[in-house]
Ligand binder design. Sequence first.
Ligand SMILES: Nc1ncnc2c1ncn2[C@@H]1O[C@H](COP(=O)(O)OP(=O)(O)OP(=O)(O)O)[C@@H](O)[C@H]1O
Length: 275
Amino acid sequence: MIEFRGITKRFPDGTEAVRSFDLVVPAHTTTVFVGSSGCGKTTLLRMINRMVEPTDGTILIDGDDIAGRDPVKLRRSIGYVMQNSGLLPHFTVAENIATVPVLEGANRKKARAQALELMDTVGLDRGMADRYPSQLSGGQQQRVGVARGLAADPNILLMDEPFGAVDPIVRAELQEELLRIQREVAKTIVFVTHDIDEAFLLGDQVVILEKGAQVAQRGTPDEIIEDPATDFVASFIGADKGKRALRLKQTPHGTVVVDGEGRTQGALIEDGART
Ligand SMILES: Nc1ncnc2c1ncn2[C@@H]1O[C@H](COP(=O)(O)OP(=O)(O)OP(=O)(O)O)[C@@H](O)[C@H]1O
């Protein structure tokens, strides 16, 4: 469990990126921070592994104040996956995945064997182990990034817009893969996105943020969709445009689901029917 208590971050130029932020991130579930550009999501995430130090307040991991932890050790014990994967260009795929275990003193042969296993986990062909990042597609690079994040077998995985730079089809594939991996590994994941649909798909807990990391609403996707707390939230999730208020419509071919403007969003099928 990660706990933010009264966290404020003011940068030296006076920008208050985060103001008095409180939140409990339960273990073994996915919490998503979602909000517009500049609202403080990345700053919140980077304070968990001390890449950014808070100006005020306390962050606890499993009850321990992280201010008392060695920053380098803390950082290596937490997985971090970023947009554009952040891979080292002169390292092969396997070497990239094994970076942290090798830094931590793991035997190279063992680290490589583990990297190959992680390639299976994230759905990458082992034949790519000796390629360089520039020889992979954007989606494959992101898979390597996820494998690297998991390599030290961390309890916590931080993901900063990890699927932001890939096309929508690959993005949907990566989201499904992450859901599958999370069913297997059950890490405590903190995921940052500005895409509300991604937040609702991946999040057990979704935290909608406004400027200064002010919490507009926090809850499960169901709770937020059923009862948006404010006009801002309703607008952010598209409820005001009828995007979330779906109706059934009969057609000659069956029943479809339409949004507030009558646009077809999907077909209604019987439970247990083939999709
Ligand atoms: N090192 C810094 N010095 C000064 N201001 C900063 C610094 N890093 C971030 N900020 C500012 O803090 C605010 C929050 O930034 P942050 O990167 O956390 O937002 P974000 O929600 O992750 O945005 P995005 O979705 O665009 O990445 C912004 O106004 C940003 O300009």
